[in-house]
Design a protein around this ligand. Structure first.
Ligand code: OOG
Ligand code: NI
Length: 464
């Protein structure tokens, strides 16, 4: 097959995220309502700030501003995780980062499958936060064995999804007909099933061990549990959700509101209780309910260096020592205040964030730099000082474990906090995944260094 007849991985990913969005809106109408609110607030924000709008027009595709940026699934077995990796690769999505959530009382560890290059992110940034259940953290050995047995009997991919993934791997891509079929077949894995795989008694045993275990083990597949569009004003949406009849989680996760946005802020509406039926031992179906699916929004800022991230973690921990956000929202205002006060120590101008080595920046030539003629200097600070080179923040494209835990917790029910011994096991995760995950810090550092090299090369090349 000729290579140019292959659909690009970016196009397959775009088709997939659009199909998932359409499916989820039908499955969870409240999510459609959230999307409307996001579109409204984004339009208002842009109308109120023409300079901001112009800047976004330069760097983003404005008409796609309110589209989904990420979703999340929870898998049950190593085999499911490694097959998922292969299917995501067909869409140009690769595992970046390792997140241990055991410390936060959630028995999973995770990665994010996402596009990696700048071009691919611009074409469509859709990511999937993907967790693997850790039955090794469950003390009850009998229940652990039963859960393993139930999981070993399910097949979350359709035969055609597997066959098309293998075909893409073998041929190096998929043609239009196959790509369309691939998208609709892989979508099946993410679909909601209102008939559980287990009896009511087993569901309750799993649920009592941890609600998340029930969510993963009791169903035919890893239903998409939320999708997340991008908002330009997360505080406005948090405040206005109740007007639209949807209940926001107690607080916005991540850093406080700032002039210079850092990392990632996110919030969600609380997961809905949905009807499901369970098949009892005698074969009869019994009505019940399950709470798992919700909608989220995100607002992203600059990617921080290890030094910046350490400062972020330190300030977040400090603020949570003063006020720990209660799940019912009763101390939300106090929490916001403590957070804001703690973050006074995090510089809030791009220049200072850069000079202190807290964030990653992309460097480029200014207009003056482009007209400067020959400048054979490798001193980037000098080039900035003389106005030949400028810098822009690199957007953080990954996730935050404390925030992710907050999102998990608020959607597992307000009383779900539970202790596990911290036990990160990246090596085990990578063996199960069948690949190593990309280190996000190395990745951002590489983008930054590449942009510096490009500036220096461009200025000295004028010599030749
Ligand atoms: C995933 C929660 C993590 C985020 O945005 O941090 C996440 C889950 O609930 O499965 O999606
Ligand atoms: Ni999320």
């Amino acid at each position: 097959m000729k290579e140019n007849s292959f659909v690009s991985t970016d196009d397959i990913r775009s088709a997939f995220s659009a199909a998932m969005s359409a499916m989820y809106r039908t499955e969870v109408p409240a999510y459609g309502t959230l999307m409307e609110l996001v579109a409204t607030v984004n339009a208002e924000t842009l109308a109120a700030d023409p300079a901001f709008k112009a800047r976004l027009e330069d760097t983003d595709t404005l008409e796609r501003i309110s589209e989904e940026r990420h979703g999340a699934i929870r898998l049950g077995t190593p085999a499911e995780l490694s097959m998922m990796r292969r299917a995501f690769a067909v869409m140009g999505m690769y595992p970046v980062g390792y997140y241990d959530l055991s410390t936060a009382g959630v028995p999973v560890h995770s990665t994010a499958f996402r596009p990696v290059g700048d071009e691919a992110l611009k074409r469509n940034p859709f990511r999937v936060f993907t967790s693997l259940l850790r039955l090794d953290l469950i003390d009850d050995m009998e229940l652990r064995a039963e859960a393993e047995d139930i999981l070993s009997r399910r097949q979350i991919f359709t035969p055609l999804a597997v066959a098309l993934t293998e075909k893409a791997e073998h041929d190096g891509g998929l043609n239009k007909v196959d790509a369309d079929r691939f998208v609709s077949e892989v979508l099946e894995t993410f679909r909601w099933h209102d008939k559980a795989n287990v009896s009511p008694a087993m569901y309750h045993r799993l649920h009592d061990a941890h609600r998340l275990i029930a969510d993963v083990v009791s169903f035919k597949g890893p239903h998409i549990n939320h999708l997340t569009p991008r908002t330009l004003d997360i505080d406005a949406i948090q405040a206005r959700m109740p007007d639209y009849g949807i209940a926001p989680k107690a607080v916005v996760e991540g850093p406080p509101t700032r002039r210079c946005a850092i990392l990632l802020r996110q919030t969600s509406f609380k997961a809905l209780e949905e009807p499901v039926s369970f098949q009892a031992e005698d074969g009869s179906w019994q009505a019940g309910s399950h709470t798992a699916r919700f909608g989220e929004i995100e607002q992203r800022g600059i990617a921080l260096t290890p030094k910046g991230r350490a400062l972020y973690d330190e300030l977040l921990t400090a603020s949570r020592k003063i006020v720990r956000p209660a799940a019912d929202g009763s101390n939300a205002a106090e929490y916001e205040k403590a957070l804001e006060q703690a973050f006074v120590d995090f510089p809030d101008t791009w220049a200072e964030i850069r000079i202190k080595g807290l964030g990653y920046f992309a460097y480029s030539l200014t207009e003056k730099g482009r007209r400067a003629g020959v400048v054979a200097s490798t001193d980037i600070e000098g080039l900035i000082a003389t106005g030949l080179v400028q810098f822009d923040p690199i957007v953080y494209e990954d996730f935050l474990p404390v925030s992710a835990a907050g999102i998990f917790q608020s959607n597992l029910g307000d009383d779900a906090a539970q202790e596990f011994v911290a036990s990160p096991n990246q090596q085990r995760f990578e063996i199960d995944l069948g690949a190593t995950v990309l280190n996000e810090f190395d990745h951002y550092a590489g983008i930054e260094q590449g942009s510096i090299d490009d500036c220096i090369r461009a200025l000295s090349k004028l010599e030749a």
